[in-house]
Design a protein around this ligand. Structure first.
Ligand code: GLV
Ligand code: GLV
Length: 327
C-alpha cells in the first residue's frame, strides 16, 4: 500500500533534490508555485494524505484535518513555532506533530543581535542618509545611537533562542540580563556565563535598556506587549521582536512610536505578514522591519527542511518522530 505525502512548498535545494528522487512507497504531491499554497488548494490536495510537510504560513486546523481524512498520521512543519497549528485537534485525532527544534537557534539569535545593534545604532537612518545624499561632513553630533556596554538587557522567553541571544549580547559588554521564562536561573546562568536575574514583567519593562522578545506565541503571550507595556519602558529602550508578530499589539506599538515613547525598534515579525507597504509602522525612522528572515541562512534552512523530511517520513511509517513538538 502506497502512502501519500503532501509538501506545501518548494524546499531548499538539497532537500528538494531528495523529494525529486522520491521515497520508496511514497507518492509525493507538492505545491510548487512561488507563493504560499492557497487555502482551497491546500484543502483539496490534503485529501487522502498520510503525511503533510507544511510551513508556518499554512493553517492546520480542524477544517484542514477533516479535509485530509482519518488516514493522516503526521503533520511536520518546517518551523520551530507552531502557533499556526491547532494542537488539540491533532491530539484528538492522534496525529503526530513535528517541528524543527534546535537547528535554527543560532541563525535566529544572530538575527536578534543584528536587529538590536541595527536599532541601537540607527542603521536605517544611516543607510537612508547615504542613499539620499544627506551625508554631510563628519559631525560630532549626527546620528548618535546607544551602545550595550554596561546596559541591562531583558529577555522575554529564555529558551534556547533566548539563551543564544544573551550569549551573543554578553560579548558587547552587557552588565546584566533580566528575564522572564520557565528555566531555572542556575541553569541559564551557567549557559550564558554571566549574571542573570529572574524578575517580574513590570521590573523587566522598567529596568531594561534593551528588550528582546524570544518566546512562543500562545494564548498567554498574545498581545502581551501593548501600549501600557510600552509606556512602562524607558524612553530610550531598544525593543526587538524576532518571535511572532502576535505577541505585540501592533496598534499599541504604533501609538507608542508616534508619541516618542520608544528609543528604537527592530522587528522581524509583524501582523500581518507580509506587512502592507502603507503600514504606519514603516514611517518611523527609528523602526527597522525585516521580512521574517530570522532563520534565513542556507545552512539553517537546509537543516530545517531535512528535519521536516525526517519527521514526516517517520510519522508516515508510524515511528516516533525525531523532533516532536513536545520533546
Ligand atoms: C520561524 O519563525 C519558525 O518558527 O521556524
Ligand atoms: C530553537 O531552535 C528551539 O528549538 O527553541
Amino acid at each position: 500500500l502506497r502512502s501519500k505525502l503532501l509538501v506545501t512548498r518548494t524546499l531548499p535545494q538539497l532537500s528538494q533534490a531528495r523529494l525529486d528522487k522520491g521515497f520508496e512507497g511514497v507518492d509525493i504531491v507538492q505545491w510548487k508555485e512561488d507563493c504560499a499554497i492557497p487555502r482551497q488548494e491546500f484543502l483539496k490536495l490534503a485529501k487522502g494524505a498520510d503525511g503533510i510537510l507544511c510551513l508556518l504560513t499554512d493553517k492546520i486546523d480542524a477544517e484542514l484535518l477533516d479535509a485530509a481524512g482519518p488516514q493522516l498520521k503526521v503533520v511536520s512543519t518546517m518551523s520551530v513555532g507552531y502557533d499556526h497549528v491547532t494542537v488539540s485537534e491533532l491530539e484528538a485525532r492522534k496525529i503526530a506533530l513535528g517541528i524543527t527544534s534546535g537547528v535554527l537557534t543560532e541563525a535566529t539569535a544572530d538575527t536578534t543581535a543584528l536587529l538590536v545593534l541595527s536599532a541601537a545604532r540607527r542603521l536605517r537612518e544611516g543607510v537612508d542618509a547615504v542613499i539620499q545624499g544627506k551625508w554631510g561632513a563628519w559631525s560630532p553630533t549626527w546620528l548618535l545611537g546607544s551602545q550595550l556596554t554596561d546596559k541591562t538587557v531583558g529577555i522575554v522567553g529564555l529558551g534556547r533562542i533566548g539563551v543564544a541571544v544573551a550569549k551573543r549580547l554578553k560579548a558587547f559588554g552587557v552588565k546584566k540580563f533580566v528575564y522572564q521564562g520557565t528555566r531555572p536561573k542556575k541553569e541559564v546562568e551557567k549557559e550564558v556565563g554571566g549574571e542573570i536575574e529572574f524578575v517580574d514583567m513590570d521590573r523587566l519593562l522598567k529596568e531594561s535598556d534593551v528588550i528582546c522578545v524570544c518566546c512562543a506565541l500562545t494564548d498567554k503571550t498574545k498581545n502581551m506587549f501593548d501600549y501600557e507595556a510600552f509606556s512602562k519602558m524607558k524612553d530610550s529602550v531598544v525593543f526587538v521582536n524576532t518571535a511572532r508578530g502576535g505577541i505585540v499589539d501592533q496598534d499599541g506599538l504604533i501609538r507608542a512610536l508616534r508619541e516618542g515613547k520608544l528609543g528604537s525598534v527592530g522587528l522581524d515579525v509583524t501582523v500581518p505578514e507580509p506587512l502592507p507597504t502603507d503600514s504606519e509602522l514603516l514611517t518611523f525612522p527609528n523602526c527597522i522591519v525585516l521580512p521574517h528572515i530570522g532563520s534565513g541562512t542556507l545552512e539553517t534552512r537546509t537543516a530545517m527542511s531535512e528535519i521536516a523530511i525526517e519527521n514526516v517520513l517517520s510519522g508516515i511509517k508510524g515511528e516516533r518522530l525525531p523532533h516532536p513538538h513536545d520533546a
